[in-house]
Design a protein around this ligand. Structure first.
Ligand code: N2P
Length: 357
């Protein structure tokens, strides 16, 4: 009898301990809202609804279309945001400028779900400020039924047969980087003369550009208005899901590589909710919702394991397409954007001039 009681007591204590561990913040959360400032078309509504259902916290989701737009808004003093999703080079800038709040990793046990290849990167050594969200490439997409030849190089985009048929991201570093790569220069060049040549090169591409769009460039490929372009991997994956004639390649001159991260801006009004959100997004099942709706590459190893067992068809499709699972050769030619310091002004000016022409 005594042993039975002792066992029950121990079971109860263990249960209380485990529930406290399993749900590190739920008991202490005081916030009722979370203000999210993130890329458009990037976070499933279901995930936000699940978060609200679990924590009773309403999520307000404001969107941006580029790192530069987000950074400019926060630098201009926009306060009130709890979570944002900067890419690698923008994390670097935000940490250098003291714009991010250090994370309390004891509240983010799901960080253990992240594939070790994606932690401890140059832009945030030791993950003091960020946890990985999604990653990917920026490369050349085309519809093989529309294009009268097989593009292999960025320079193919200048072919007059593409007149008015290209969709291009509204992303100053990726697009300028592509022009620099096409000219054989470093994607992160700070040389004003090289940047000027890149601008001239882009101006010559203008007649072929149907539209600039970073939010849903896949739409123009699916409707068939655009035949090719420069997009993020997830856009190519979404287009491919609708049309198996879509091809996504890293051209001979090289392509782009990026890592997006969840971060908490300094002065966030609801840091407890923000920390809980970061942990929640890294939950394997929640993370699978991201891959299903926005098929970029997922750095969450537990999520991909869960996808493999819960939905093998989607997992196999994820593994088979270059947009979600790029080959080693694809990645060998993928180059990341880096913070170029003061030369950022040159890129900003180039982009304004080019877009305005
Ligand atoms: C989502 C954009 C993906 C982010 N619409 C590219 N870093």
């Amino acid at each position: 009898m005594k042993i039975y009681r002792l066992v029950s007591l121990l079971t109860l204590l263990m249960f209380l301990f485990l529930s406290a561990c399993g749900s590190p913040t739920s008991a202490k959360l005081t916030s009722k809202e979370l203000n999210l400032y993130a890329w458009s078309d990037y976070i499933p509504q279901q995930l936000l609804d699940d978060f609200t259902a679990k924590y009773g916290i309403k999520v307000n989701y404001d969107t941006y279309s580029s790192n530069e737009e987000m950074l400019a808004k926060l630098q201009a003093g926009a306060s009130g945001y709890d979570v944002t999703i900067p890419s690698d080079y923008t994390v670097d800038i935000m940490i250098k400028q003291g714009m991010l709040q250090p994370l309390d990793m004891s509240q983010i046990p799901n960080f253990a779900n992240v594939d070790k290849r994606f932690i401890n990167q140059y832009y945030d050594p030791g993950n003091k400020y960020t946890v990985p969200y999604q990653w990917g490439t920026t490369a050349l997409v085309y519809d093989k039924t529309k294009v009268p030849f097989e593009p292999k190089s960025w320079s193919d985009l200048w072919d007059p047969r593409f007149k008015g048929r290209l969709v291009v991201l509204d992303d100053e570093r990726e697009v300028t980087g592509m022009a620099l790569q096409t000219l054989g220069f470093d994607k992160n060049s700070t040389d004003p003369q090289q940047l000027d040549q890149a601008k001239q090169k882009l101006v010559a591409l203008k007649p072929n550009i149907l539209l600039f769009n970073s939010d849903d460039p896949e739409t123009s490929l699916i409707t068939g208005e655009a035949w090719a372009g420069l997009v993020y991997n997830g856009n190519a994956s979404l287009a491919y899901q609708q049309d198996p004639n879509i091809v996504y390649i890293c051209p001979t001159e090289g392509c782009g590589l990026w890592f997006d991260n969840l971060a908490i801006p300094k002065g966030a009004p609801h840091p407890d909710a923000a920390m809980a959100f970061l942990n929640f997004v890294l939950d394997a099942k929640e993370s699978v919702l991201i891959t299903k709706e926005f098929p970029y590459s997922n750095p969450n190893a537990a999520a991909l394991d869960y996808l493999k067992t819960s939905d093998p068809t989607t997992y196999d499709a994820y593994m088979a397409f270059a947009g979600t699972n790029p080959s080693a050769d694809f990645l060998a030619h993928a180059v990341g954007v880096k913070d170029v310091g003061d030369a950022t002004k040159l890129y900003d000016q180039l982009w304004t001039d080019f877009k305005g022409q």
